[in-house]
Write a protein that binds this ligand. Sequence first.
Ligand SMILES: [Zn+2]
Ligand SMILES: [Zn+2]
Length: 168
Amino acid sequence: MPLSRWTSKHRTTLGRKRKDDPQNKSYRTPPKPESYYTSTKGQCRWCGNVITKEDGTINMRKSWHEQCVDEYMIIYHTREARKHVYKRDKGECNYCGKNCGRRRWDLDHIRPLWEQKGVKEKDLDWSYWSLDNLQTLCRKCHKEKTKTDTANARKSKKVIYKRIEKFK
Ligand SMILES: [Zn+2]
Ligand SMILES: [Zn+2]
């Protein structure tokens, strides 16, 4: 997505306090890094590193690296994640190969996110939210997978299976 359009959309969150962020409450989205809540210009809100211009000086007009925007969006904005996955999978179900077209497919986390539930922030496995852990599934296969995942959750005596059932 063009960085300019996106930056203006997110200006409202610049400098917001971490504890006010509603997204931090669900295990399905990992807490954002401290740097996200900075209001210092010229520092990336995702990786926390300085953003430099071509001549090596700090770019005080920017708050994101271009590649960091993509990483961020894939984690926190489902629509953006779907765009990336569609570009890669072309709407083809990863289980049965059915072509679902542009919209009629589900975005699935290969290793289910509940495995990260209750994990301390410093121990979180961020690869759970990466493009590599996302796949295209048709509705039918997704249903089947959710069933299996839920059964596995039960087997491993994770109490959260109740919550998963609620999401069905
Ligand atoms: Zn960055
Ligand atoms: Zn399928």
